[in-house]
Design a protein around this ligand. Structure first.
Ligand code: IDP
Ligand code: MG
Length: 150
């Protein structure tokens, strides 16, 4: 079972798309582990996006992510990293596959609605960065055996 941090970024929250993102993740069969509606501090934004420091879009990216509240979540499932990145679509919305969130709801890379962890290791470290251990809920669903093969 893999875990991914998922953020509905400020544009998604402002546009009323939190429910749409959650609905798609639920319908796919992924299991919610944690969620928190929150303002993002500059410190958290800079730690989260440290890998992009120095890139031309970095300052704009930090300004964007702290500009309004986000919905932060952790979701889990088999192959959750690939499954969720597929649902978000390519970083640049005009390159995102039809049916993906970024294709269906976004136009510009700097307003691309969502974040999802890009590797199993980053899923673990980003979940730990955004949530306290006790905020991550271990649970089972009655439907799990109909969604998860084992
Ligand atoms: P990802 O969100 O698909 O993993 P990354 O390459 O990790 O994409 O970039 C992080 C975020 O930085 C993107 O989601 C997007 O919001 C922003 N970003 C990436 N490239 C650009 C760019 O060229 N211009 C403006 N913003 C960008
Ligand atoms: Mg990324």
């Amino acid at each position: 079972m893999e875990r991914s941090l998922v953020l509905v970024k400020p544009d998604g929250v402002q546009r009323g798309l939190v429910g749409e993102v959650i609905s798609r993740l639920e319908h796919r069969g992924l299991r919610l582990v944690a969620s928190k509606f929150m303002s993002v501090s500059p410190d958290l934004a800079e730690t989260h996006y440290a890998i992009h420091k120095g890139k031309p879009f970095y300052d704009g990216l930090i300004a964007y992510i702290i500009s309004a509240p986000v919905m932060a979540m952790v979701w889990e499932g088999p192959d959750a990293i690939v499954a969720i990145r597929q649902m978000m679509g390519a970083t640049k919305p005009t390159e995102a596959a039809p049916g993906s969130l970024r294709h269906d709801y976004a136009l510009e890379v700097g307003r691309n609605l969502t974040h999802a962890s890009d590797s199993v290791e980053n899923g673990v470290s980003e979940a730990a960065l955004w949530f306290k251990k006790e905020e991550l809920v271990d649970w089972t669903r009655a439907v799990d055996k109909w969604v998860f093969e084992s």
